[in-house]
Design a protein around this ligand. Structure first.
Ligand code: HSE
Length: 314
């Protein structure tokens, strides 16, 4: 174990879950945006949230309801630290309910921070089951395709949920993504509830063909194969109707040479996967310009894949 600290400040990145065809099993980490958590040990025992900034008043201070507070309490209980006291500051530096893994970034920042404060008693992999409980609290379902890449960085595959098995996949050197958050509201909970629970066999066949093709393409750096595989026949047809200008944004991205385009996580953010950062920036700008003409505000991010994940800032 490393040395314990009195205070830590950490960053956990936003993520784009699903990687188009891998609903609930694939996710990628972005460089920005992301959340910061500051933890300070206190004399008084118990976990208290003292400050939440950047959430427009949306997030609870109650540590049983706030995913950061709840996850930190789980770690303290798990390690049986009686009389332990800590104060939490959460700096939300990304939009809530955006499809960028906002709750996951907060959860991971909290878990990573408490583990650092305590001198890393747990490995990153050991933190993941706690993160799933945090996602369950925040969105009603414990999916791992945002928390895993936010914590571990890179591209992650959830090979199995029970038992949890998470695998880091290779990241092709020029792979980038353009993520645009149109300012409309699509909560993850609602975007999961509208999905059909049964799928057509022929759609399932094409989906698992695409997932296997995508993963082969990542291993072989075959951008054409990656591009052909970035198709979602299962989820996108239902969810895309919640996202204004979805087809138009796809056309802009593909006309400008994107490898593939789809919904980022549960939306409303959209993502274009690309080769090279220059093309990525061009796509982000063109989509944002289009949304502006349609009077829809947006945030845009152009990023290579973040291979580091959560990190200690001080
Ligand atoms: N895989 C999850 C979903 C990610 O698509 O609902 C949520 O960000």
């Amino acid at each position: 174990m490393k040395e314990e600290r009195n205070t830590v400040r950490v960053f956990a990145p936003a993520t784009s879950a699903n990687f188009i065809c891998g609903y609930d099993v694939l996710g990628v980490a972005l460089h920005e945006p992301g959340d910061e958590v500051i933890l300070k040990r206190s004399e008084k025992s118990g976990v208290v949230i003292t400050k939440i900034i950047g959430d427009n008043g949306l997030l609870p201070y109650n540590t049983d309801l706030n995913t950061v507070g709840a996850c930190i309490k789980m770690i303290i209980n798990h390690l049986q630290l009686t009389d332990f006291g800590v104060e939490i500051e959460l700096h939300k530096k990304m939009p809530v309910g955006s499809g960028l893994g906002s709750s996951a970034a907060s959860t991971i920042a909290g878990l990573f921070a408490i583990n650092q404060l305590l001198g890393e008693p747990l490995t990153k992999q050991e933190l993941l089951p706690f993160a799933l409980k945090g996602e369950e609290l925040a969105c009603g379902h414990g999916h791992a395709d945002n928390v895993a890449p936010s914590l571990l960085g890179g591209i992650t595959l959830i090979r199995s949920y029970n038992p949890l098995e998470v695998i880091n996949l290779p990241v092709p050197s020029e792979l980038c993504c353009s993520v645009i958050f149109p300012h409309v509201e699509v909560p993850t909970r609602a975007a999961r509830q509208i999905l059909r629970t049964k799928v057509e066999l022929r759609n399932a066949v094409s989906q698992w063909g695409n997932i296997a093709g995508l993963i082969t393409g990542l291993f072989t750096e075959d951008y054409d194969l990656i591009s052909r595989s970035l198709v979602d026949n299962l989820i996108e047809p239902t969810r895309s109707i919640l996202i204004p200008e979805f087809d138009e944004m796809r056309k802009i991205a593909l006309d400008l040479g994107a490898l593939g385009f789809g919904i980022s996580g549960s939306g409303p953010s959209v993502v274009a996967f690309t080769k090279g950062i220059k093309k990525t920036e061009e796509i982000t700008k063109s989509i944002q310009d289009h949304l502006e003409i349609k009077n829809i505000g947006s945030n845009g991010y152009s990023s290579s894949i973040n291979q580091e994940g959560a990190k200690l800032l001080s």
